[in-house]
Design a protein around this ligand. Structure first.
Ligand code: NAP
Ligand code: ZN
Length: 351
């Protein structure tokens, strides 16, 4: 198949910095859309993938699954978007479309394996992996291309494609409603979106953080209360009081202190710790019939619903805009818990 060479940034090994490199993009097929990338968010998952934290990374890794851009070419079977439209691409670029999860709009759980935006076997270019949004352009099947509401800031909308849907989906699925007491653990890229969404859904939002200095920001973002998880006395005051907790901690951690916060019959959803958790005491979920659940991004239909919700409520991410040359410093700052609250790369800086 004919391909085009485009500029990108990627890592050649787990221990190496990201550097400029050339990658191939496929020619636009009947159902495909070619997007000129304008902005790309920097997710903590990009760092996990580059550093091979979850094993299975194939190099070079070209990360980036919070993609915003303009349509520059469409295949002759495409009707959903046209040249000039502002669009987004999130964590997935393909799935089988025929299995039971795909038919339920849950492509992220495709039984035949969803094709993720980077580091998945590329169905179109033999022997290659998919390459993400740290690049000048991308070609994607129209079913995986999202509409971006016109009122949203372009750069601030980029993180909605992953951080947005990953936090919206569990709040939506577990039906968080007006008056619920909702805890969001971790004020990072995901957490700050969780706070905004839970607030917009009418919940009483408690930011649960290890960083007391983030308290003021948490309130500006929509939290009604701030709970410092290291303060045992304060934690005790909130025992058995939460209707729902969204946990975005990016590493394995102690679960018991957070389980103690849940009311009877309520759920804590993990989205961050894709690794071994510290052992927790069974009694802490047995007493109170409490639940621990997980959630992975969201399907394409739900991603569009989230974007439309953001359009209605004028929700975008709080970002720090960077040039691509500063990506390695940005990675260090994310790892050091020093970003407010999402880095977004201005892709003009790669052109
Ligand atoms: P992030 O920006 O680094 O934010 C994580 C936050 O967690 C930090 O800001 C910090 O908040 C808190 N934290 C960090 N280390 C901690 C520790 N050891 N103990 C307690 N709290 C800690 O990361 P992100 O981009 O939001 O991503 C969060 C995680 O979700 C990552 O692991 C990422 O790979 C994963 N993820 C999952 C999905 C999914 O579909 N399930 C999608 C995207 C990302 P405070 O300072 O407030 O404590
Ligand atoms: Zn992500």
């Amino acid at each position: 198949m004919a391909t085009t060479t485009v500029k990108a940034y990627g890592a050649a090994a787990a221990t190496e910095d990201l550097k400029p490199l050339d990658i191939q993009r496929r020619a636009v097929g009947t159902a495909d859309i070619k997007i000129d990338i304008t902005y790309c968010g920097v997710c903590h998952s990009d760092i996990h993938a580059v550093r091979n934290d979850w094993k299975g990374s194939k190099y070079p890794v070209v990360p980036g699954h919070e993609i915003i851009g303009r349509v520059v070419e469409v295949g002759n079977g495409v009707h959903s978007h046209k040249v000039g439209d502002l669009v987004g691409v999130g964590c997935m670029v393909d799935s089988c479309q025929t299995c039971s999860p795909c038919k339920q709009d849950l492509e992220q759980f495709c039984e035949n394996g969803a094709t993720f935006t980077y580091n998945s076997p590329d169905k179109h270019i033999e022997g290659k992996e998919t390459y993400g949004g740290y690049s000048t352009s991308v070609v994607v099947n129209e079913k995986f291309v999202l509409r971006i509401p016109k009122n949203l800031d372009e750069a601030g909308a980029a993180p909605l494609l992953c951080a947005g849907v990953t936090t919206f989906s569990p709040l939506n699925h577990w039906k968080v409603k007006k008056g619920d007491k909702v805890g969001v653990i971790g004020l990072g890229g995901l957490g700050h979106m969780g706070v905004k969404f839970a607030n917009a859904m009418g919940a009483h939002v408690v930011m649960i953080t290890t960083s007391p200095e983030k308290g003021k920001d948490a309130k500006r973002l929509g939290a009604h209360e701030v709970l410092v998880s290291k303060d045992e006395e304060e934690m005790k005051k909130h025992h058995n009081s939460f209707d729902f907790i969204l946990n975005t901690i990016p590493v394995g951690h102690e679960m018991d202190p957070y389980l103690a916060l849940l009311k009877i019959d309520t759920t804590m959803v993990l989205v961050g710790a894709v690794e071994a958790l510290k052992p927790f005491h069974g009694g802490n979920i047995i007493a109170g019939r409490k639940r621990i659940a997980g959630s992975l991004i969201g399907g394409i239909k739900e991603t569009q619903e989230m974007l439309d919700f953001c359009g209605e409520h004028n929700i975008t991410s709080d970002i720090e805009l960077i040039d691509i040359k500063d990506i390695n410093t940005a990675y260090e700052r994310v790892t050091d818990n020093d970003v407010k609250y999402r880095f977004v790369i201005d892709m003009k800086s790669l052109k």
